[in-house]
Ligand binder design. Structure first.
Ligand code: ZN
Ligand code: FE
Length: 257
């Protein structure tokens, strides 16, 4: 499975999945259709699936136009998003499996950013190759999504599910927020050497206008404060007694950053 990262709108990424053997394509969170149609034409591959993580317009905006061109494409989304995702045909729950080409993803139910948000985790096909996580606006490189419809407790549970995945996982998140996220992270985890180095690398990449996605889940576990609620330093910075309180305080600070 080849993943093409298409920058869209102001800071979104659309991910186009291509299986060169079966000569088919799928798309994750098409913010808009035209970029996807161009890439499909360049690959000369039909679109067989649209995988949505949640109902926000910058993740589903291209659904209907893509369906017009590829009426046989199957539109997937979370069961709780019924009625909110244009063209949705499959209503997924935690533990469901979806296939694309030679890969099969497990569906994770990760509410918090919205009450219906799901993520797609494709385990590695062979030892020492990475898995692929499409997590929408739940986990970002160096950060996490805002809580629009969920509670801190839900988001801690959702991020905990993602944190439990193997380190060797590509994190395909839907926005280029990494530098700002890491600048915030440093304010609550200032002595973290891995974080300091990561911010320097990301700043250099962004000054060359390079994308920072995919990220690596192992790196996220070391440097993303929203996965580090049990780190003593982070927890004492926000004076929290437990994971949910630490998360809630971090999220509140980030909202005001
Ligand atoms: Zn969103
Ligand atoms: Fe978004």
């Amino acid at each position: 499975m080849q993943v093409y990262r298409l920058p869209a709108l102001s800071d979104n990424y659309i991910f186009l999945l291509h299986d060169p053997m079966q000569h088919i394509a799928a798309v994750v969170d098409p913010a808009e259709a035209d970029l996807v149609l161009q890439q499909l034409a360049a690959l000369d591959a039909p679109l067989v699936a649209i995988f949505n993580t949640h109902h926000h317009a910058d993740h589903v905006g291209g659904n209907l136009k893509l369906l017009q061109r590829f009426p046989n494409a199957v539109v997937y989304g979370g069961a709780e998003d019924r009625g909110r995702i244009p063209g949705q045909q499959v209503f997924l729950q935690a533990g469901d499996r979806v296939s694309f080409g030679d890969r099969e993803a497990t569906v994770l139910f990760v509410p918090g950013h919205t009450r219906a948000h799901i993520a797609y985790y494709f385990p590695p096909i062979a030892a020492h190759t990475p898995g692929d996580l499409f997590c929408g606006d739940t986990l970002f490189a160096g950060g996490c999504g805002r809580l629009f419809e969920g509670t801190p407790a839900q988001m801690v549970d959702s991020l905990g599910q993602l944190r439990a995945l193997p380190d060797n996982t590509n994190v395909w998140c839907a926005h280029e927020y990494t530098q700002k996220n890491l600048e915030f992270a440093l304010t609550v985890d200032s002595t973290n050497v891995d974080l300091q180095q990561r911010l320097a690398t990301v700043k250099a990449a962004r000054s060359r206008n390079e994308a920072t996605i995919p990220s690596n889940l192992g790196v996220e576990k070391q440097t993303n404060p929203f996965l580090r609620w049990d780190d003593q330093g982070v927890r004492s910075t926000v004076e929290a007694e437990n994971a949910v309180q630490a998360f809630a305080r971090l999220r509140g600070m980030k909202d005001r950053f």
